[in-house]
Ligand binder design. Sequence first.
Ligand code: FAD
Length: 421
Amino acid sequence: MSDDGEIVVVGAGMAGLVAALRLAEAGRRARILAKGFGATHLSGATIDVLGYTPAPVMSPAGALPAFVAEHPDHPYARVGAGVVEEAVGWLKGHLTDPRYVGDLGRNFLLPTAAGVCKPAAVAPQTMAAGDLRGGGPYAIVGLPGLKDFYPSLVAGNLALATTPAGTAVGARAVEVDLSPGGRVDAGPLGYARRFEDPRFRADFAAALQGRLAADEVLGVPAVLGLAGAEQAWEELEARVERPIFEIPTLPPSVPGLRMFTVLMAAARRAGARVVIGAEVVGVETDGYRVRGVWSGTANGRRFYPTAALVLATGGWAAGGLVMDSHRVVREPVLGLPVTGADDGAARFLPGYLDHHPLATAGIAVDRWLRPVDARGAVLYDNVRVAGATLAGAEPWKEKSGDGISVATGYHAAMSVLTEEG
Ligand SMILES: Cc1cc2nc3c(=O)[nH]c(=O)nc-3n(C[C@H](O)[C@H](O)[C@H](O)COP(=O)(O)OP(=O)(O)OC[C@H]3O[C@@H](n4cnc5c(N)ncnc54)[C@H](O)[C@@H]3O)c2cc1C
């Protein structure tokens, strides 16, 4: 980049957090502007890199070279398989409470709150004992009044599964009565706060006394504390004398909040500035460069000059891509062209997971993640695009959501830092 001024990162989801942290730890002044929080607060907080191609993927590292060759417009093809692995390894080093385990060599198969197996390359240590390749037997614990977590549903569906080796998975439900006394906040956050109290953990372990078979591994909803989760998990394992694993709940996601908190703290420690509640509503450009952005807050509009811009505004859900009632699709911050959105395809398809062109719509970029037009010409020299805003992926089908955000957020920062653009 031409000077060492501040770099604005628009968006505080996984892609924006990774880009800002990487820039800040390299000594650049980075500022996150975000109108709100991203999918971190909703997601299960595993780093899913590649789960289906559509065949089930056992090893993302093994499958990525062929996958990028077959999908030349995919974000992974833009950054390269090596960067995906490097970025995920870098991220793992920053995730501390709880620590994360696993790598691209082999996917975990972790249970969801519906009792479905989900492939994930890297996961919180507190979830790893739920790797269904082990086959169980699992005892799935329900907590009184916890909304949207039904241990019998989880256990019933898990018991229908088989491991990749073809053996059956054993699972059953166990309800505990914690007799909390008084009013219970039965959401995931309320329970997470309770689990931070050692006395509550002792009560929980006592309630399970004599109710578990010797070889049963314990599955619990992912509410073992917002702060100090690793310590709470280790202590509980010692109390119940067996491995314990967390199962992500429906939103709000306690593991997602932990991950967000750790990454945000690391970015701030490294010197990044963060403004949440600042929607970027316009940009000032100078030919092929963005000079600065206008943000709108409750206090009015403010201009932030920028040496470079990382656009990490997410996909349809976050407003990184929008469509009006006339079916006009836009990227609202820079007005970038949205690839794959205008081919006149049917609006509705018969099958829920049928391929719809809008699923892969997004911003086309070059290998330095600079936005390009339909002929491949770079639109802005000092802009990088990262995360779910990018064209070419179907994260829900591929199980690649956070993998894409981590790899492209990291590569966007490296691209700015090395001036390769
Ligand atoms: C419920 C749910 C569960 C998921 N579970 C998993 C999972 O288990 N594993 C996995 O790998 N992936 C999962 N994903 C997918 C994954 O979270 C996303 O694909 C990915 O992380 C998107 O990150 P992002 O940073 O690109 O966008 P987002 O997280 O959507 O963040 C976008 C950010 O941009 C901000 N923004 C948007 N427009 C503006 C603007 N004009 N001005 C300022 N700020 C703006 C938003 O406020 C937000 O901060 C899940 C997603 C959801 C919704």
